[in-house]
Design a protein around this ligand. Structure first.
Ligand code: GAL
Length: 409
């Protein structure tokens, strides 16, 4: 019965569009399509915490929590349902949502999320099945894109399972064309796990592309046998990809595991700080409805988020390396820099360092601010002294001393 209701809702939803069948969607131009995600997308995705256990009730609760927790106020925007919302196709080929879990249909969820001032994202796959074995988009790309546009979808994550040897460029190019034809601005998130080096071909096709296999809620892969990567593994795999990122086209080191699993407080901070340094999409993956204060304070650190969202859109690179201690630098707009001391080791790092030794700063004089303590800690003409915990960071922002502060203090 519920299933019939769900199909009925979907059909009803399409009636106006069918009635005006002469009124075709106005396709987006390539420029309109590209003019999205000029800073890394921020939001929440269901997969890391819920896997296939998704429902309209849960997604709407997450939208409520995104607003009430203040995450919306610091820039989080998308609520994305990952795999398992879909169960079938109807006789005309339209995708059918799970009637038990989405009794009011997908548009109902999108409308609710929009009513909260947020945006809605959905998931599909290049192949005829998704990675969890649900119906994929192969052969239905234009129809699915139309369904997304009519449902009010703002973001599509597009996976790479069951692809029958599909060429990745063709597969993602086809869906990009379908999204443009459907006429609604939809951010296009490519998820082929870095398997065909999307950083070399995906600019202009998608707005972000996964660079690696799936992230796990742990620091390093170690003896975990499920094939997922740890936070540190993923940082290393993204290290050399900085030339490929920029406004509207981002390397995606996968969704955040902040607040999930085995990560310690310091590791959660380092994970978030490094994603900000990498100009990564910030898609939280924890249960926003019940997050501890400590996790909330990490996810809503405005000064760290400002580094991620800087309009220059530069991804950090390693400037100085001293064994398992690294100094990452990210150029920001207005001649500012983010500098992150990253302690990968198992011991504390007793830092006593002259920042003038960082080549990119060319000996300039900067005010230094600690972005986790929210304190000014001196100028670059004096050594910075700090204790950085194992698997921790000291993340700083450098402002040229001659430039007056811009109201962020
Ligand atoms: C994987 C993808 C994950 C998640 C999962 C769903 O391929 O990397 O992020 O979307 O599929 O089945």
């Amino acid at each position: 019965m519920k299933r019939i209701l769900c199909i009925l809702t979907a059909v009803l939803m399409m009636l106006p569009a069918l009635a005006q069948k002469a009124e075709k969607a106005t396709p987006l131009t390539q420029e309109e399509f590209l003019n999205q995600a000029l800073t890394p997308p921020m939001g929440w995705n269901s997969w890391n915490c819920f896997h296939c256990n998704v429902s309209e009730e849960m997604l709407m609760g997450m939208a409520d929590a995104m607003v009430s927790s203040g995450m919306k106020d610091v820039g989080y925007e998308y609520i994305v349902v990952d795999d398992c919302w879909q169960v079938d196709r109807d006789a005309d080929g339209w995708i059918v949502c799970d009637p038990e879990r989405f009794p009011h249909g997908i548009k109902h969820v999108a409308d609710y999320i929009h009513s909260k001032g947020l945006k809605f994202g959905i998931y599909s796959c290049v192949g005829d099945k998704t990675c969890a074995g649900r119906p994929g988009s192969q052969g239905h790309e234009f129809q699915d894109a139309l369904f997304y546009a009519r449902s009010g979808v703002d973001y599509l994550k597009y996976d790479f399972c069951y692809k029958n040897r599909a060429n990745s460029w063709n597969a993602y190019h086809t869906m990009r064309e379908a999204l443009k034809a459907a006429g609604r601005p939809i951010v296009f998130s490519i998820c082929e796990w870095g398997s065909t080096k999307p950083w070399e071909w995906a600019e202009g096709i998608g707005h972000l592309w996964r660079t690696t296999g799936d992230i796990g809620e742990f620091w390093i892969k170690g003896d975990k046998k499920d094939g997922r990567l740890g936070v540190l593994d993923i940082i290393d795999l993204n290290r050399d990809l900085y030339p490929f990122a920029g406004p509207g086209h981002w390397n995606d080191p996968d969704m955040l595991e902040v607040g999930n699993g085995d990560l310690t407080y310091d590791e959660n901070v380092a994970h978030f700080a490094m994603w900000c340094m990498l100009a990564a999409p910030l898609m939280s993956g924890n249960d926003l409805r019940s997050m501890p204060d400590e996790i909330h304070s990490i996810l809503t650190n405005k000064e760290a988020i400002a580094v991620d969202q800087d309009s220059l859109g530069v991804q950090a690179h390693v400037s100085v390396e001293m064994g398992d201690k690294q100094i990452w630098v990210k150029k920001l707009s207005g001649d500012e820099w983010a500098v992150c001391f990253f302690n990968r080791s198992e011991k504390e790092w007793n830092l006593n360092y002259n920042m003038m030794d960082i080549p990119e700063l060319e000996g300039g004089l900067y005010d230094v601010r600690d972005l986790w303590e929210h304190k000014d800690i001196g100028k670059t003409d004096r050594n910075v002294i700090a204790t950085i915990p194992s698997h921790g960071v000291l993340m700083t922002r450098l402002t040229p001393t001659t430039v007056k502060s811009k109201g962020r203090r």
